[in-house]
Design a protein around this ligand. Structure first.
Ligand SMILES: C[S@@+](CC[C@H](N)C(=O)[O-])C[C@H]1O[C@@H](n2cnc3c(N)ncnc32)[C@H](O)[C@@H]1O
Length: 225
């Protein structure tokens, strides 16, 4: 995958790229870039924002600045690329969308800042508007890391054990339900035990117990309990 993140703060991602699964996908041939809107802004003095039409507090990132950044990176090819604007008012990110984005050979994430981004970016320059939850962060960088992390760990070679990603919360193997509980040694700690079935050595019983616990968690999620 070729993943590009547009941001005003590329240095935020310096830590992200040192993480094991990210290094693994890069070693396996994926390419990650963190592109600074200020480097390609057509305005003087590195300007990227302006006051909102209609008045109000704060500044808005300009559409010409975002367009210039995309044009500099892709030219007219930017129109055919899966391009995600991170915004609290977008489609809520979930495992299904992570699967979908992981299948893209090329993916672009746009981070906003300040009051957000001129709406014409959403209307004309992107394919998706995505939120990581119903709360407001100071900028799109953490949201981009959440999306990038969930997507990159699905790529071949990302994880030490490829099987780890197959049977996880919300995967098809668990019928889209949250994952079952895990336990490890010691078998008893401060009197807190481990379910007997997990110590039984009976793989079929363990498999059925796990699926049932997964379904229970799914029902609890749906009931809001
Ligand atoms: C301070 S926020 C703007 C909030 C905007 N005024 C609003 O009320 O929806 C600045 C930037 O952070 C990012 N952001 C904040 N919360 C987010 C979330 N929950 N999901 C995705 N991106 C988010 C977006 O890129 C946004 O443009």
């Amino acid at each position: 995958m070729r993943l590009d993140v547009f941001t005003l703060f590329p240095e935020w991602f310096e830590w992200f790229v040192t993480q094991r699964h990210v290094r693994n996908v890069v070693a396996a041939g994926s390419e990650l870039r963190f592109l600074d809107y200020r480097k390609t802004t057509p305005l003087g003095a590195g300007q990227v924002d302006d006051s909102p039409y209609g008045g109000g507090a704060g500044m808005v990132m300009r559409v010409d600045v975002v367009d210039a950044a995309l044009q500099a990176a892709y030219g007219e090819a930017s129109r055919s690329r899966r391009t995600v604007l991170l915004t609290p008012s977008g489609r809520t990110f979930d495992e299904g969308l992570a699967d979908e984005l992981a299948a893209e050979p090329e993916l672009t994430l746009l981070c906003g800042r300040y009051e957000g981004v001129d709406e014409r970016v959403r209307e004309h320059l992107v394919t998706d508007a995505v939120s990581i939850g119903r709360y407001v962060l100071s900028g799109g960088e953490l949201a981009a890391m959440v999306v990038a992390d969930a997507v990159l760990r699905k790529l071949p070679g990302a994880l030490g054990h490829a099987d780890s990603a197959l049977e996880e919360s919300f995967s098809a193997a668990l019928e889209g339900q949250p994952e079952y509980p895990h336990y490890t040694r010691p078998a008893s700690y401060r009197g807190w035990g481990v379910p007997d079935v997990l110590l039984s050595g009976d793989h079929e019983r363990v498999r059925r117990w796990r699926l049932e616990r997964s379904r229970q968690r799914g029902r609890a999620d749906r009931d809001g309990s």
